[in-house]
Ligand binder design. Structure first.
Ligand code: 9MG
Length: 293
């Protein structure tokens, strides 16, 4: 089923790449990249977004709030200032499908007016007014699971059973969205890797990702450069590309439709290889060589 972005539709029968574009001075992994003399620079933003589109990104995810543990909270005015001009310029200059990573109702509304194609909320529209704001935009929305708040979420995450608990949370948020007038066809779901989860929780969620298909919505995953790779491999953020690609491949093979990444070119190559390996009509109808022998 394609996901409708205003007038255009994105076919999700093959996994798609969402490129991360942070407009924060302090985000995990790439914060401050688009600042010059202490100010957000739209030329740097445009250059980076164009590069990601050339490398195979289907969606650009713009975020104005850092969610790394310990990050300073951002005011609504500051978030608007970081996000809205970026959405405008990416849509106007590049015709990109822009997703906006926000939990703030005013940012949802203003970003939609500026031409955003999708909302990505790590708080699954739980902030006051977020359900109504998202409903009013008419945009597709990604609902992500997070246990706790970004500042403290990694202190001691606990689950009765991680897959069942995360699925139950997402089921309830889908139902809240439907009651608020957001049709299920507009929803994308995300288990929220690294958001209030330890390494075992993350691995179990990824291992059992196919079970999330029963919720009836496409799945988005964000695993790129995350601390689970630091823990698993003992690697610094700058050394996590091979691990990130392995996780992207595992997620795509387990049914993820959208993969949110920093390293677009390498991830697009992985997905291309996986596509080439997909069974074709002829390979499923023709006897294979060992059957003919
Ligand atoms: C904003 N953000 C950071 N990590 C993320 C993830 O894993 N999923 C989604 N949907 N958004 C994320």
């Amino acid at each position: 089923m394609p996901l409708q972005f205003g007038d255009s539709a994105l076919d999700l029968s093959q996994p798609r790449v969402m490129g991360i574009l942070n407009t924060t001075p302090d985000s995990f992994s790439d914060g401050g990249q688009h600042y010059r003399n202490g100010r957000l620079c739209l030329d740097l933003v445009l250059t980076r977004a164009q590069q990601m589109l050339n490398e195979g990104a289907d969606i650009i995810d713009v975020g104005g709030e850092s969610t790394r543990p310990g990050a300073a909270p951002v005011s609504e005015a500051e978030e608007l200032e970081r996000v809205v001009p970026v959405v405008e310029v990416l849509v106007r200059e590049l015709g990109a499908i822009v997703s906006v990573d926000t939990s703030t109702p005013a940012v949802m509304r203003e970003a939609a007016v500026a031409g955003a194609g999708m909302l990505n909320d790590i708080r699954a529209l739980q902030r006051d007014g977020a359900l109504d704001a998202a409903a009013a935009t008419g945009l597709p929305v990604c609902l992500m699971h997070m246990q706790g708040q970004p500042t403290t979420m990694q202190e001691s995450p606990r689950y009765r059973e991680p897959v069942d608990d995360v699925k139950q949370f997402l089921r309830e948020r889908v139902s809240a969205c439907e009651q608020a007038g957001i049709a299920r066809q507009r929803l994308v779901l995300d288990p929220g890797f690294g958001f209030g989860k330890n390494l075992n929780h993350n691995l179990e969620l990824l291992r059992r990702l196919p079970e999330f298909a029963e919720l009836g919505c496409p799945l988005l995953v964000g695993l790129s450069r995350k601390s689970m790779l630091g823990e698993l491999l003992g690697r610094d953020v700058s050394e996590r590309l091979p691990g990130s690609l392995a996780l992207a491949m595992a997620a795509a093979e387990r049914g993820a439709s959208i993969i949110r990444v920093h390293d677009v070119a390498a991830t697009a190559d992985v997905l291309k290889v996986l596509r080439a390996l997909k069974p074709t009509d002829s390979s499923t109808t023709k006897p294979s060589t060992w059957e003919q022998a």
